[in-house]
Design a binder for this molecule. Structure first.
Ligand code: NAD
Length: 357
């Protein structure tokens, strides 16, 4: 099969880490008989430098015509003083909107070989952490009506949490489908004891659950969920929640695994395709030094193989190679434990993963 991939290297460490993922995909293609064609497109800071805007129309065009998008990271101090609509991060919001990506899948898994990096008590870490948070990405308070107005108490500001039944249903479906492919356990997180939008969320998710009898559905209030992630993270398989709760809880969950240099993400819509990127930023402090951990981006490429192209075996080969090299002690600087070393460079870690594949 031939797959066309839009490649947005981005800023900071973006070019280094996407180069690693491209090498891995090249080897997977050779081994399993696929052609991965990369179509480079500019977004973020680089696009601002080259085209004056963070998301040029030709980039949107390349992404829409491709089977999936692989992205490094955007942003950096050089562009920090630009007005909001010209900031590099605007490219991400624009791409999500243009590509109709309403679901963000964020796995958080603790590798047994890195359990010492988990900030939780050893007995809690030992129970294992392997969850995926499905966050609604294009609705809720981040997109709701907002403003400022004068009131009796002086100036006031408001943001509105608003979800339609159809928005809830489509994210719910994504989560039920995912849970069906994993351990058939889904926790839906809301604040239904206080918020009307959460009460509708709960009604719609419950109605949908009738179509997925094999999936065990549990409701959890968001404040309890924040505690349970620390107290007993092993209980979670798939979590589904709205935009704001998901934003906060997915960062909390990522900390449980030790390093943001390890965590991939996918943003998907109704069809195949999607945008695949590490959860971390462009790490300007280590850019260009061959120090960045390429694993989050390599695992993002694995998510692309699985979710955009349906290539489960190939995705598994990449994931197994990553856990294999970690088990054998390969470490970049960000995951180097006290007393171990020396740290591998970005290239050396990539070489180790390629050798394992
Ligand atoms: P960051 O994630 O870039 O870096 C935070 C810390 O983690 C830094 O010390 C960095 O060196 C380290 N780190 C990050 N990725 C690493 C990797 N792969 N290997 C080793 N260490 C790694 O967050 P930040 O410093 O807050 O943001 C830097 C820039 O990135 C900002 O301009 C921000 O807006 C942007 N950003 C972009 C995205 C994105 O493109 N999706 C996401 C977050 C932040």
């Amino acid at each position: 099969m031939t797959y066309n991939i839009a490649l947005i290297k981005g800023d900071g460490i973006g070019p280094e880490i996407t180069a690693a993922a491209v090498r891995v995909l090249g080897l997977i293609g050779k081994k399993y008989g696929h052609d991965f064609n990369f179509h480079e497109a500019a977004a973020g800071g680089r696009a601002i430098d080259e085209h004056g805007i963070p998301l040029p129309p030709q980039t949107i065009d390349i992404c829409k015509k491709s089977d999936a998008v692989l992205l490094g990271a955007v942003g950096g101090p050089k562009w920090d003083t630009l007005p909001g609509h010209l900031r590099p991060e605007r490219a991400l919001l624009g791409l999500r909107k243009e590509l109709g990506l309403f679901a963000n899948l964020r796995p958080a898994a603790l590798y047994p070989s890195l359990s010492a990096a988990c900030p939780l008590r050893a007995d809690i870490a030992a129970a294992g952490i392997d969850m995926v948070i499905v966050r609604e990405l294009t609705g809720g308070m981040y997109y709701g009506d907002r403003g400022r107005r004068m009131s009796e108490g002086g100036e006031e500001a408001y943001d509105t949490e608003c979800y339609s039944a159809s928005e809830i249903e489509r994210i719910g479906r994504t989560a039920f489908e995912l849970a069906s492919k994993r351990q058939n356990r889904l926790v839906s997180i809301d604040k239904a004891n206080v918020l009307e939008s959460s009460r509708l969320w709960r009604e719609v998710i419950h109605a949908l659950s009738a179509q997925y009898p094999q999936v065990e559905l549990t409701d959890m209030l968001v404040d309890n969920a924040a505690m349970q992630l620390i107290r007993n993270p092993a209980q979670f398989d798939v979590i589904v929640t709205g935009n704001m709760f998901g934003d906060i809880l997915s960062d909390e969950a990522s900390m449980l695994t030790g390093s943001i240099g390890l965590l991939p993400s996918a943003s998907v819509g109704a069809g195949r395709g999607g945008l695949f990127e590490p959860i971390h930023g462009s790490a300007p402090d280590i850019a260009g030094q061959n120090k960045a951990n390429p694993i989050a981006t390599i695992l993002s490429a694995a998510m692309m193989l699985r979710y955009a192209f349906g290539l489960d075996r190939e995705a598994g080969a990449v994931e197994d190679a990553v856990s294999g090299v970690l088990l054998e002690g390969a470490r970049t600087a960000d995951i180097l434990g006290a007393g171990s070393g020396p740290a591998l460079t970005t290239d050396a870690m990539t070489d180790a993963i390629l050798a394992k594949i």
